[in-house]
Write a new protein. Structure first.
Length: 234
């Protein structure tokens, strides 16, 4: 019996050392990745700021516990949309997180998982920078687009529509899959025909087409939205 207890104790010690060694190795690898990451400076817009909270008990496990018997852990994040269309997310200390607000525009400098600097500035008057769709020549057929999908990072007023093609529309629809808000947008062809799309209940999308002044309404599933948009442009 005594030998068994000793063996179990030794096994527990070995497992503990292996776990510690693995944790140290992961930490060293992450530190190297961070050191080797390039420093990037680019135009960016704050898509959203987020903060989540969890209560952990004395065993450091999450769960629904009496707050008197546990402690609260909070994490704060900021997500940016970059000029090339990519998105990046950073975890911040609460005091740093408070300086960011949804829609902030400026020049972001970052390295790996760390923000080095963010200089806020106003959008240039008369020459608004594109920070949602990647900057590139458009491929025919193309049209113009305006609308609002804040969680996805797209906001355009009707007096400042943006030129889009099929690739841009695929990029937008890919973002909308993570946006549960009541988004909408209006796509216009060069001949003046209009397709207005808005999120409906569940996984449905309402599409209103105006051709030569005549409106028609249809409800389509979200997974058929991109095909419908491209068909309209064609």
């Amino acid at each position: 019996m005594g030998d068994t207890i000793v063996i179990i104790a030794l096994a527990a010690v070995v497992i503990a050392f292996v776990a510690i060694g693995a944790a140290v190795a992961v930490t060293m690898k992450q530190a190297k990745i961070q050191r080797d990451a390039p420093e990037i400076r680019t135009t960016a817009t704050v898509l959203r700021t987020m903060s989540d909270h969890a209560v952990r008990n004395e065993n450091f496990s999450s769960g629904t516990v009496d707050s008197a018997g546990g402690f609260e852990v909070s994490s704060s994040y900021v997500e940016f949309a970059l000029k090339d269309g990519k998105t990046v997310r950073f975890k911040l200390k609460k005091k740093d997180w408070l300086r960011y607000h949804d829609g902030d525009f400026g020049t972001l400098t970052y390295k790996g998982r760390l923000i080095l600097d963010f200089q806020k500035r106003r959008q240039p008057v008369g020459k608004e920078e594109e920070t949602f769709f990647p900057s590139r020549p458009k491929t025919e057929p193309a049209g113009t687009l305006y609308g609002e999908a804040k969680r996805a990072g797209f906001v355009r007023t009707s007096d400042k529509p943006v030129a889009v093609d099929g690739e841009d529309l695929a990029f937008l629809v890919g973002r909308l899959g993570d946006d549960p808000t009541d988004w909408f947008f209006v796509l216009t062809r060069k001949n003046g025909d209009v397709l207005q799309v808005e999120r409906s209940e569940g996984d449905a999308v309402e599409a209103t087409t105006t051709l030569a002044g005549v409106e028609s309404l249809e409800t389509i599933p979200f997974d058929g939205l991109l095909a419908r948009l491209k068909r309209f442009l064609d």
